[in-house]
Design a protein around this ligand. Structure first.
Ligand code: FDA
Length: 406
């Protein structure tokens, strides 16, 4: 990033040049505000670069407020309605970026996530946004100068601004620059924090369960996973460390919520035959000479079916199984309960659940209710999307909302 002479005052300083920060800076700059974008990273927007396997799942066509976890579920409505997936798609198309749709309405770049980074940079250029990067922010203070309300003390000097936007994201992937900076600033100015914890994250298992499931390791299955009232249907992966795959990442956010809020480490329920009444199917097959494992192999991967039957001690032909045994098999197939012991943590989490409590913020502007001129946007807030482009759409929508009012 070019280093040029900086002024000692800007209308707006945005700290964090990620998805939300760049969107906000571009919108504010294009409204004619003088904007300084500050980031401590050497490389711009690393999280966008690595997202979606390098292709950035930049939004989702089917967004509803139900795709977000937030202590105040209504908070997201206003910003999402005012900046929709179609608004972002229009922007992507104006920049000539080709993209494609995958399952469940997820949109990805055809070429590279770098296209989205370049697009946001160009939008910032259109708004005359200035950059201070890499730069360390040492302290923030509330001041009363002729224009300024906040002073940012950085490794490159002190700069005042009227509006200060905190867009420093969550805690996931510390090795590419995630920090708790945003939470510390919130605390400094008296805003409450909903306890942060890793989400969209693989789940770990206690040693005894891990040993039991060892023979199933490597299996990938289309299942439905449920926990705490949520249910998702996608692929599950059994690994040597525990459970992974999209369906587990999705349910991890709900298992987490339950674990932390109710202090109750409930199991995750796995339906191995989603969309099928397992008991009805088994009853239709109850005269079969085949081993149960061979019957299950009609609907599940063969190796998995055999290892799963061995795990439960079901090694008989189906016709030798009693009605009670078949009922037990049906229950295990549709409601296989696995109790995780934890998660693989921020090193593997895609996002952070929790963050700056939205009750302390305006849902229209993202401004702190008790601190005029202080804004929080993106993942630093207590808003967490499902897997599938929802977290970026929140970054764009909240960044856009604040950009109109800073
Ligand atoms: P973001 O993390 O983008 O930006 C925060 C910025 O603040 C960073 O540039 C950081 O360097 C800077 N910063 C932090 N601390 C600072 C400090 N103390 N001083 C100065 N700067 C500081 N979502 C999605 O919708 N689709 C997807 O495909 C994916 N894929 C994906 C893959 C992986 C591996 C991860 C880890 C995450 C995703 N996500 C995703 C989630 C998505 O990346 C995330 O929700 C958004 O980037 C959040 O945007 P923010 O702008 O809030 O934070």
């Amino acid at each position: 990033m070019e280093l040029r002479e900086l002024r000692d005052f800007y209308d707006v300083i945005v700290i964090g040049a990620g998805a939300a920060g760049m969107m906000c800076a571009a919108v504010a700059g294009q409204r004619g505000r003088s904007v300084l974008l500050v980031d401590h990273a050497e490389k711009l927007a690393e999280k966008i670069r690595i997202s979606g396997g390098g292709r950035c799942n930049f939004t989702n066509r089917k967004i509803t407020p139900d795709n977000f976890l937030c202590r105040n579920p209504h908070f997201v409505r206003s910003a999402l309605a005012r900046y929709t997936p179609q608004d972002f798609i229009d922007l992507v198309e104006r920049h000539g970026i080709s993209y494609h749709e995958r399952d469940h309405g997820q949109l990805f770049c055809d070429e590279s996530a770098q296209d989205i980074i370049q697009m946001l940079r160009t939008e910032c250029d259109y708004g005359g946004v200035e950059w201070m990067m890499p730069a360390e922010v040492r302290a923030i203070a509330a001041v009363r100068t002729e224009h300024g309300r906040y002073r940012v003390d950085s490794s490159r000097g002190s700069i005042d601004c009227t509006s200060l936007v905190i867009a420093t994201g969550g805690l996931s992937i510390p090795k590419i620059g995630a920090t708790p900076f945003g939470y510390r600033i919130a605390e400094q100015f008296g805003l409450p924090i909903v306890a942060p914890r890793p989400a969209l994250v693989p789940l770990t298992l206690p040693p005894e369960t891990l040993a039991e499931l060892q023979p199933l390791s490597g299996a990938s299955l289309d299942v439905a996973a449920s926990c705490n009232g949520a249910r998702f249907r996608e692929a599950m992966l059994i690994t040597h460390r525990g459970l992974s795959g999209p369906v587990i990442l999705q349910i991890s956010s709900y298992w987490q919520a339950q674990a932390y809020e109710k202090r109750d480490l409930a199991p995750v329920s796995i339906d191995l035959l989603p969309g099928l009444d397992a008991l009805e199917w088994l009853q239709q097959k109850r005269g079969e000479r085949a081993l149960l494992a061979n019957l299950l192999a009609e609907r599940l991967p063969r190796r998995f079916a055999h290892a799963w039957c061995t795990l439960h001690g079901w090694d008989k032909p189906v016709r030798q199984m009693s009605p009670t045994e078949l009922e037990a098999v049906a229950t295990a197939l549709s409601d296989w309960r696995i109790a995780p012991s934890g998660t693989q943590g921020y090193a593997k989490a895609e996002v952070t659940l929790g963050g700056v409590d939205t009750d302390a913020l305006s849902s229209k502007t993202m401004e702190a209710r008790n601190c005029p001129g202080l804004f929080f946007i993106g993942e630093v807030m207590d808003v967490t999307g499902h897997l599938g482009g929802f977290n970026f759409q929140w970054a764009w929508a909240s960044g856009h909302a604040a950009g109109q009012f800073v």
